[in-house]
Structures are given as C-alpha cells and as structure tokens.
Design a protein around this ligand. Sequence first.
Ligand code: NAD
Ligand code: UGA
Length: 441
Amino acid sequence: MKVTVFGIGYVGLVQAAVLAEAGHQVCCVDVNPKRVADLQAGIIPIYEPGLSALVQQGVAQGLLQFTTDGAAGVAFGELQFIAVGTPPDEDGSADLKYVLAVASTIATHMTSPKVVINKSTVPVGTGDKVKAVLTTTLKTRQQDLQFAVVSNPEFLKEGAAVADCQRPDRIILGTDNPWAEKLLRELYMPFNRNHDKIIVMDIRSAELTKYAANCMLATKISFMNEMSNLAELLGADIEQVRHGIGSDPRIGYHFIYPGCGYGGSCFPKDVQALIKTAEQTGYNTQLLKSVEAVNNQQKHKLFGFLQQHFAGDLQGKTIAIWGLSFKPNTDDMREASSRVLMESLWQAGATVQAFDPEAMEETQRIYGSRADLKLVGTKEAALQNADVLVICTEWKSFRSPDFSVLKQQLKQPVIVDGRNLFEPSRLRELGFTYYAIGRGD
Ligand code: NAD
Ligand code: UGA
C-alpha cells in the first residue's frame, strides 16, 4: 500500500521503517530540512536499536523515501499518517499546532480521497478539530473529496521502538468509517498474524485510551516511589516489597521499579495534558495531580542524598554521574532526571563529570560548553578525582562495575544509586557508603 507519514521523529521514522519492512511504500515528510537531508544521506537523526539497518534496507529496496515537499507527500499515499510532536503549551495542555498544520497541508493539496490517521498523542476531541480543518479547507477550495479521520495512537517505548512497532501488543483504531477501517486492517495485516490485535472503537475513546495507558503507567511508578520513601522511613526494603507485591498477578512486576523519577517526552507531558483536559471539563483530577507532584519531588531525591552526605556543602565538589538519558538505550534527554540533578549541583557550586553511552552529544547540545560540566569518554574516566559517584540511568554497562577501580578512583567510597542496581549489604561489605531508593542505610 502507499502510505505518507508526516513527522520523521521517534514515532514517524520507526513506524515508516517498519511499514516499509512489511512491504508497504512509504513517503516521509518533515518540515526540518536538515533532518530530511540527513536521512537522504543515510544519517539517522536519533539513536534507536535496529533502526539504522531497517531504514537503510527500506531505502535500498526503494520502499522508503524522505522529502520536505508536503504537496508531494499528500499526492503519494491514500493513507496519510500524522506523527508530529504535541509538546506541552505554557499551561501544560497539548499544543496542537503541528497536528493542525499537517491537517491543513493535506486539505490544501489533496486531489483524491484520503484517510487521515492521527498517530500523535492528542487530547480527546482532536479528531473533530482535524475533521473541521479538512471540511473547511475543502469547502474553500470547492472540492467535494471523500476523507476519513482515524485515531491510531502509538504505544512504542523508546529504546525498544523498532521491536514494539514490529510486534505491537494492540492496534487501536478509533473510527466509525468502514472504508478507513478496511484499509487500515489491510495495512496492519502483517502485524496482526497470530491473534487479532486490532481493537476498533470510537475516536474519542481511542484518544483517551492513549492518555489512560500512559497515566496508568506513570501512576504505578509514582506509587512505588511513594512506597520507597515510606520504606526508608519505616526501615523496610522496597526491593523486597516490590517482589512481594509483583508476585500477585493482579499487580504484576511491570513498571513497579522505584527510581529517581520518570522522565522522557511522554509521561510528564501526557499526565499534565490529561490534567488540563479534565480541568476544561470542570473535573479535578486529584490522583493525576499527585502522580505529577510525587514525580517532581522524586527527581530531587539524588540531590537530597548528596546534600545529606556533604552536610549541605557541595561547593567545589566534583560529582561523577553515570547515565544522562531519561532511560537506557536512547539518547533522549527530554525531562531526564539527570538534568534536575545537574542543574541543582551547578547551583550548589559543584562540578559534574559525566558519562553516558549515547546521550553525550545531546547533553552538549542542551548545555553547551561550561566549566562545571565535563563530559568524558568512558565510565572510568568519569570517576577520576571525583568525590562520589551518582547513577542516574540503568545502562547495562553500569550493572557490574569493578568495585576496586571505583574505590581507587573516587575520593570517597560513596555511591548514590537512582536505579537500585546493587545489593546494599554487598556494597557495605566492600566498604562503600551506598545511598539507594527505598533501601534504608
Ligand atoms: P519528535 O519531536 O521526535 O518528532 C516530530 C517531528 O515532526 C519532527 O521531526 C518535526 O520536525 C516534525 N514536524 C513538525 N511539524 C511538522 C509538519 N507540519 N509537517 C511535517 N513534519 C513536521 O516527536 P515524537 O517523539 O516522534 O512524537 C510524536 C508524537 O507521538 C507525539 O504526540 C508523542 O506524544 C507521540 N508518541 C511519542 C512516543 C515516543 O516514544 N517518542 C511514543 C508514542 C507516542
Ligand atoms: C512510554 C510508554 O512506556 C510507551 O508505551 C508510550 O508509547 C510512550 O511513553 C509514549 O507515549 O511516548 P517511554 O517514555 O519511551 O515510553 O519509556 P518508558 O520505558 O515508559 O519509561 C518512562 C520513564 O519511566 C523512564 O524515565 C523510566 O526510567 C521510568 N520508569 C519506568 C521507572 O521509573 N520505573 C519503572 O518501573 C518503569
């Protein structure tokens, strides 16, 4: 099938590459000329395991192409995906200007029937707004062309985006249009093999399903972070509690890892956006507000440990940091907990000496060159002459360090662990002071 994807970011590019792998012809459109030129030159703008090979394969087979030409993109596919960003507005609600701009491009250039599929995460009611843009523009153009608007939210996780798109848990189709449903069932046939993963519902329910999923996951994390704070005060070990509750299948082991707060481009913004959507209806989401507040507080946890350790005086200290991205296997720094920590450390007069396997360039881009930020090439180099070590992201390569090297390099044998990678008793045996989440001292 011929498909156009507007927006070549995490969602658009991965989705396009995976559709091409399944044999569809995909034209990707982006307004960022550098991004398009890079992709045309074989440079992948984001780090995502498996993506580069898949994009190269799609291009080599002539199934994947990139352009800034919106009109050409509209002419290409009967199916038109919108996969552009929906960043938070100043008040926290989702900014729809990119989504509506794509709707307008499609409406301005279409000369044949189109199914417009919204993959971006959008507030309930956006489908109606997209329909309104199409209806009004086509009326102005005096064109009576058939179109359908579908909500098809995306559930991929960064770091596992390719695998998630190749083998989705579910494919949500928000539509009441049989023509659109038939085309999308055909498109997704290669991904819907062993059992039927397609769930058809109305557009508003599909839009809310996406927010409900992310908010449920964020709620699990904030709940566990609250329990971890309680465990510390009560002399319990949250890791034992996690095992104890996860074994109940009604609770499950997924997404109950306590830590230094959730980050990324989605949970923080989607929780905020749903709070705003609810406010617009006059409903006060007490639970979601607490989820957000607990998370914001948790992001200060590691700095709190450091303040405690240095009795409030961090001036002139050098803090080694392992892991800067908001989670492993990505270079994405959006809303990363490491940023809250680094900014607090700088304010307190400390220097950061950091290593991340993928996010160094992005960190440099965000903060530029500054005397109190040293980005170094290996995890060992981050330790040299540092006072203590903080772990912000649980990259695999941080899980079994040589503790004798750590002890040799650090001025003090102190590890502040935001991801509970080690056993406190073992670290104590090795002579470390170990601060972790919800594990006591
Ligand atoms: P992104 O910022 O990585 O990419 C968005 C792209 O859209 C950019 O390259 C931008 O230049 C382009 N763009 C903006 N306006 C455009 C226009 N008018 N025409 C063509 N291209 C345009 O965003 P993302 O992380 O891929 O997220 C996209 C949407 O998907 C968001 O709503 C997000 O909430 C949702 N989502 C993201 C993820 C994720 O893991 N990143 C997962 C599921 C859903
Ligand atoms: C999340 C969802 O998992 C995806 O299903 C969704 O499609 C996506 O948001 C989106 O809408 O964009 P992502 O943000 O890529 O995906 O990453 P997650 O693996 O969900 O992690 C988010 C944050 O939660 C990370 O900072 C991670 O460290 C933290 N987390 C996760 C915990 O603190 N504890 C856990 O148990 C799990």
